[in-house]
Design a binder for this molecule. Structure first.
Ligand code: ATP
Length: 252
């Protein structure tokens, strides 16, 4: 078996004195998708941050393609092949779509690489081409997520960490964003999908990790996700969804 693109070994992490993760271990194999599901506060985003170097673990380690990343900075994780599309609207609101892309591409590819990268991004995401002169802050939530994906995909990562891409999106737009993830996976990129809407994530995933209070309570193929775990999870999710209902938005 080839070396996993990401290995997390006995991760512990927290914020100041607060411990959010208690011994998390899993791997993501090349070109496969893993869904990280669980209720609010379970530690999903913390795992995503540790796996992309944004939060240093207090114990355990992260390996990218077999290389120990202990003590490495987030840009070194990026260079090693990890792309992180964070939770929320991670775009520059007062810049146009094209300026957002140019900025990201210049940072990562240098000035000379920008033109070709733009062509490629517009081919991959035609909706962004249509909107290229529009201020990113005026895009719909779904389009902002697509722009975030375009900003990170150009690096041809080995693994994309997608954190709550569906947050605040209407179901139709979520479906579209997930179709893009499907294409990204089909192109050979592995995925770590952090998601509260588990139906979308499970449909795309080869493996699922259920997190509760910083611990893995289930790891296996989605088809084996124990019915009881799934229904308990749905209950806690519907509670959190009724507190934070998705925004309605237009599909165009
Ligand atoms: P959600 O779906 O609500 O984002 P999650 O499963 O992603 O939940 P995390 O965001 O990883 O959970 O949070 C795990 C725990 O760590 C929670 O108790 C949370 O309050 C705490 N936490 C997260 N970020 C911080 C932070 N920056 N400072 C302090 N505590 C934090």
């Amino acid at each position: 078996m080839s070396t996993p693109v990401l290995s997390c070994e006995n991760l512990e992490a927290g914020y100041g004195p607060f411990r959010a993760l208690f011994g998390i271990s899993f791997e993501v194999a090349e070109g496969t998708a893993t869904a990280l599901i669980g209720p609010n506060g379970a530690g999903k985003s913390t795992v995503a941050r540790v796996a992309s170097g944004l939060v240093a673990p207090s114990a355990g380690r992260v390996l990218v393609k077999g290389v120990d990343m202990s003590g490495k900075a987030p840009h070194e994780f990026a260079e090693a092949g990890i792309a992180h599309a964070p939770e929320g609207r991670a775009v520059f609101a007062t810049l146009t779509v094209q300026e957002n892309l140019e900025l990201a591409f210049r940072e990562t590819l240098g000035r000379k690489g920008v033109g070709a990268a733009l062509d490629e991004a517009y081919e991959m995401f035609p909706r962004l081409k249509e909107r290229r002169t529009q201020l990113a802050g005026t895009l719909s939530g779904g389009e902002q997520r697509i722009l975030t994906l375009a900003r990170v995909m150009i690096l041809r990562p080995a693994l994309l960490i997608a954190d709550e891409l569906s947050l605040g999106l209407a179901p139709m737009i979520t479906t579209e964003v997930y179709r893009i993830l499907e294409r990204i996976k089909a192109a050979g990129c592995a995925l770590l999908i952090v998601e509260q809407h588990m139906d979308y994530a499970l449909a795309l995933s080869d493996e699922v990790l259920l997190l509760r209070q910083g611990e893995v309570t289930f790891r296996g193929p989605p088809s084996e996700l124990d019915r009881r775990s799934a229904s308990l999870l749905s209950e806690s999710l519907s509670e959190s969804l009724s507190e934070n209902p998705p925004q309605q938005e237009q599909s165009s």
